[in-house]
Design a protein around this ligand. Structure first.
Ligand SMILES: NC(=O)c1ccc[n+]([C@@H]2O[C@H](COP(=O)([O-])OP(=O)(O)OC[C@H]3O[C@@H](n4cnc5c(N)ncnc54)[C@H](O)[C@@H]3O)[C@@H](O)[C@H]2O)c1
Ligand SMILES: [Zn+2]
Length: 364
């Protein structure tokens, strides 16, 4: 089994990557020794698909289990579901040694991590991510959050999991649109940090889209290594290093919000955000036309949208200004300079941003 260690002193943890690793969760947890009673947070759909394997492995290693399900949508990242869970967990937690398991995508991972961060001032939890996005991104690094009506992820905490169990085989049941959404973040990692990964993506897109075992394992290993290193250097996003993970996210978040979180899912919006950020970099003469085209072509190759449809600039700009990355009305963009390197640029004139976005909006 491939193990990547995320080193954060006493908060360090192993990340296991292997086809079928979900069936070894009991063994991994027994060795971790973080508790005897697992509280598994998931949704109905995933419980049907995965509960059997998890239960079997926990029981085999003398660990007890209890499942709690939450609704299958971003709505689960709310104060209400957080309170419901804490209420149920506290009633169940009688003379037990509980720990939480997030069994799901980024929504369940963020919610479970947040509940774990506040229940008894911090309870151990582990992540078993089930979407590509969660396996390479959200399950790693300890950012937990719930949403408020005013904005997504507004309430949260840093709380590192005790381990992350990545089973690429689980992705077989993932809807295609969720898969390509995760691939958008893979492209992000390649552009910000890894030219070789970028070439690999371009050469192996068919294998990756058809979930070829070795291709998926390779991209997961590479992305998880990049994310882990960045988190090790800047756990709480205080040194500006973790910021580079926001490539594509400034315009991306504005598109998600301007589209009412319906038109584009996260990965699709981030793909479009990467197109716009790269266009800004080209306009500022930081990125060559050749590399701009390479980035856009890779996004196309993975069947992600590369042109903004049905959202006007007049809706995008106000959402952009509200973004938390715009500190005191000053903007901040992560811009690629070559494939594998980015720079954080502040105070880009609004006209440059408008022009770049406009170039990639399809006329009605
Ligand atoms: N904490 C972080 O660092 C971080 C980073 C990026 C994103 N996020 C958060 O992650 C969330 C998005 O996560 P997501 O893209 O994983 O979406 P998601 O959790 O909503 O999952 C997407 C859909 O896929 C289904 N699904 C999940 N795994 C499946 C499987 N194996 N088979 C079949 N269906 C499956 C889910 O039930 C859901 O309907 C957002 O809330 C975002 O804010 C957090
Ligand atoms: Zn993202």
């Amino acid at each position: 089994m491939k193990i990547i260690r995320l080193n954060l002193k006493e908060r360090s943890y192993p990340i296991y990557i292997e086809d079928g690793s979900i069936s070894k969760c009991g063994c991994i947890l027994k060795k971790l020794n973080i508790g005897k009673d697992a509280v598994i947070i998931t949704n109905h759909k995933l419980k049907k698909i995965l509960a059997g394997k998890v239960k079997k492995s926990l029981v085999k290693h003398n660990l007890s289990y209890k499942f709690y399900t939450v609704p299958d949508s971003e709505k689960a990242k709310s104060f209400q579901s957080c309170l419901n869970l804490i209420d149920k967990i506290s009633k169940y937690d009688n003379r037990k040694q509980i720990f939480l398991i997030a069994l799901g995508g980024g929504v369940i991972g963020d919610l479970t991590g947040f509940v774990a961060s506040i229940y008894k001032r911090g309870t151990p939890y582990i992540q078993i991510p089930t979407t590509l996005l969660a396996q390479i991104d959200s399950a790693i690094g300890g950012k937990t959050a719930i949403d408020l009506p005013a904005a997504k992820n507004l309430v949260g905490a840093f709380h590192q999991p005790k381990t992350v169990i990545v089973d690429p085989k689980i992705l077989k049941t993932l809807p295609k649109r969720q898969l390509t959404s995760g691939l958008s973040e893979v492209i992000k990692y390649a552009v910000i940090k890894d030219k070789a990964l970028f070439s690999f993506l371009n050469k192996n897109h068919k294998k990756i889209l058809s979930l070829n075992k070795s291709a998926i394992e390779l991209i997961e290993r590479k992305c998880i290594t990049i994310k882990s290193k960045i988190v090790e250097e800047d756990e709480q996003e205080k040194k500006g290093i973790r910021t580079i993970l926001n490539f594509g996210h400034t315009v991306g978040h504005a598109l998600e919000s301007a589209g009412g979180y319906k038109r584009y899912n996260h990965g699709e919006a981030i793909g479009l955000g990467m197109v716009c950020a790269s266009e800004i970099a080209f306009n500022l003469k930081l990125l060559s036309r050749e590399n701009l085209n390479k980035i856009i072509n890779t996004i196309k190759l993975f069947r992600l949208p590369h042109k903004i449809k049905g959202i006007n600039l007049s809706k995008i700009i106000p959402s952009l200004i509200k973004d938390k990355k715009f500190i005191r009305a000053k903007n901040r963009f992560v811009l690629p300079t070559v494939i594998g390197k980015v720079k954080v640029i502040k105070d880009i004139p609004e006209v440059v941003i408008r022009k770049a976005i406009l170039k990639h909006i399809l006329p009605n």
